[in-house]
Design a protein around this ligand. Sequence first.
Ligand SMILES: CC(C)(COP(=O)(O)OP(=O)(O)OC[C@H]1O[C@@H](n2cnc3c(N)ncnc32)[C@H](O)[C@@H]1OP(=O)(O)O)[C@@H](O)C(=O)NCCC(=O)NCCS
Length: 135
Amino acid sequence: MKEHPAGTPRGEPAIRTIAMPADANPAGDIFGGWLMAQMDLAAGNVAARRARTRCATVSVDRITFLQPVFIGDEVSLHAEITRIGRTSMTIQVEAWRRSRDGEERVKVTDATFVFVALDQGGRPRVISAGTGDAA
Ligand SMILES: CC(C)(COP(=O)(O)OP(=O)(O)OC[C@H]1O[C@@H](n2cnc3c(N)ncnc32)[C@H](O)[C@@H]1OP(=O)(O)O)[C@@H](O)C(=O)NCCC(=O)NCCS
C-alpha cells in the first residue's frame, strides 16, 4: 500500500460535488446515506476503470463518520485500489469536505469497499493484469 502524507486525501479524486438541501437529514446536516452513495459511486468509478468492465459492490466495511457535512459544502471523494484479487478489488475511499467559502479541507468519512468485476451475464470475471495495480 502506498504511503500518503498525513492531512491529505488518499487516492485519486474520483468525484467532487456540492451537498445540497435535498441531501440533508431532519436535523439539517447531510444525511449519511447520501455520503455513502457518493462513496459507492466513487469506488465504482475507479473499479470499472481498472477492471475495464462493469463492477458491483459486494461489501462495504468499517464505514466511519468522523465529522459532519453541511449544506453547501464541497465534498470530494477519493478512492484508491489497495488489493486486486482474481475477480475482486478492495478500494479504500475517503470523503473530504471544504466549506464553500474556505480553503481548509477536512476528512469526514472513510470506508473499505470490495467490488467484483462482472461479465455480461453478471457473473464474476477475472481482472486482467494491467498498469495502475495496487501497490
Ligand atoms: C458480486 C456477485 C456476482 C459475486 O458472486 P459470488 O457468487 O459471491 O462470487 P464468488 O464467490 O466467485 O466471489 C467473487 C469474488 O468476490 C469476493 N467476495 C464475495 N463475497 C464477498 C464479501 N462478502 N466480502 C468481500 N469479498 C467478497 C470473493 O472473495 C471473490 O474474490 P476473488 O475472485 O478476488 O478471490 C454476487 O454476490 C452479486 O451479484 N451480488 C450483488 C451485487 C449487487 O447487487 N451490489 C449492489 C449494487 S452494485
